[in-house]
Write a protein that binds this ligand. Structure first.
Ligand code: DGL
Length: 370
């Protein structure tokens, strides 16, 4: 009995010791796990800075127009929002520092290649791009067609410089990093998030020259909202994008020249002829109404087509479908209809289309696909 008792006491002591050890071990493990969870639990988000108002400075705190864009570096942008550390493990890179009206095809190729390099890394869960608001909608659509990953890519800007009272940059950046680290943003295509709203890169457009609520998707609507440190999605884009897109820019150092001519009453073909002479491979016609062609412009477009220039009929209206064979006989003219893409976005799709084909039937299919 004694022996049994002693033995059982020993076993109990050993068991208790083991339990304590395990508990400690477990506790340590749990702590480690907890610590690891704390470190590993947060998504890894890289911020690629390109300039714009979000990096802008004004002479006074009340200067909200007439400031200088693209002055503040990515490290300072991150330092200004210490709360970022609560939502993600953040790293920053200054890809370039420009006011976005100066964005070029070369900037887009550099940015898209860096995004694809980073997203191919297992330790990168999402990307935020800080950007001037003037051409955010174009960069967003270009990346929507060239990013080769389903990981979140969120483009963010600001309508007030970093030095302004109630600068919107810091909260926009916080929301963008939260969104880029959100599993709900995976597979949604390139997103544009300012003013607590989430827009699709394909459809978003700048609708006001100066106010904080400028980015909208006028008729097709927001994808959702950023609220209470969380992304709230209510719909998603049905057109192909990112990993499903056929375009590969990895070996491109330039893009085909595509230009836009604007339609208006009493217009003429002078600018069009000059652009074709300068070597445009594609022309987007930003027509009135449903992409209508004036009698003054149409012959210029026909002549350009005869020289092998691909013509896309878009509309200056900004919403709605430009219908094939609607205001012009596209079958007979061998033109392409832009569907719902506005002129600046139609230009991007045509540029990328021309890296793959000049066949107008194939290009029209692309305008119905992306
Ligand atoms: N220069 C404009 C740009 O960089 C300022 C507009 C802005 O970023 O909000 O797009």
């Amino acid at each position: 009995m004694l022996k049994t008792t002693a033995h059982s006491m020993a076993r109990t002591a050993v068991a208790a010791g083991l339990a304590a050890l395990l508990m400690t071990g477990a506790a340590t493990h749990a702590a480690t796990a907890a610590t690891a969870t704390a470190d590993d639990g947060l998504p890894n988000v890289t911020i690629l800075a390109t300039g714009g108002t979000i990096a802008g400075t004004g002479a006074t705190s009340t200067t909200t127009v007439g400031y200088t864009a693209a002055k503040v570096g990515v490290d300072k942008l991150i330092e200004a929002v210490p709360e970022l550390k609560k939502v993600a493990n953040v790293k920053g890179e200054q890809v370039f520092q420009i006011a976005s009206e100066n964005m070029t095809n070369e900037h887009w190729l550099k940015l898209a290649k860096r995004v694809n390099e980073l997203l191919a890394q297992k330790d990168v869960d999402g990307i935020v791009i800080t950007h001037g608001t003037d051409t955010i909608e174009e960069t967003a659509y270009f990346l929507n067609l060239t990013v080769k990953s389903t990981k979140p890519v969120v483009i963010v800007g600001a309508m007030r410089p970093s030095t302004a009272i109630s600068a919107d940059g810091p909260v926009n950046l916080y929301n963008a990093v939260t969104l880029a680290g959100s599993k709900d943003a995976v597979g949604k295509g390139v997103l544009v998030s300012l003013n607590d709203q989430i827009n699709a890169g394909r459809d978003v457009t700048k609708t006001n020259t100066s106010t904080a609520d400028t980015f909208r998707t006028p008729e097709l609507g927001f994808l959702g909202y950023m609220q209470d440190n969380k992304a709230h999605f209510y719909r998603q884009v049905v057109r192909k994008h990112t990993a499903e897109a056929e375009f590969d820019i990895s070996n491109l150092d330039s893009l085909p020249q595509v230009d836009i001519v604007y339609g208006y009453a009493n217009n003429n073909r002078t600018a069009l002829d000059a652009l074709v002479k300068a070597g445009a491979k594609g022309i987007i016609h930003a027509g009135v109404g449903d992409g209508s062609l004036s009698n003054a412009m149409k012959p210029g477009l026909v002549d350009a087509r005869k020289q092998g220039v691909v013509i896309v009929r878009s509309s200056r209206v900004g919403n709605g479908i430009v219908a094939r064979n609607g205001e012009a006989n596209d079958d007979e003219l061998d033109f392409v209809a832009s569907d719902t893409l506005n002129p600046q976005k139609a230009r991007i799709l045509l540029m990328l289309a021309l890296t793959r084909t000049t066949d107008t039937k194939a290009i029209q299919k692309m305008f119905y696909t992306y």
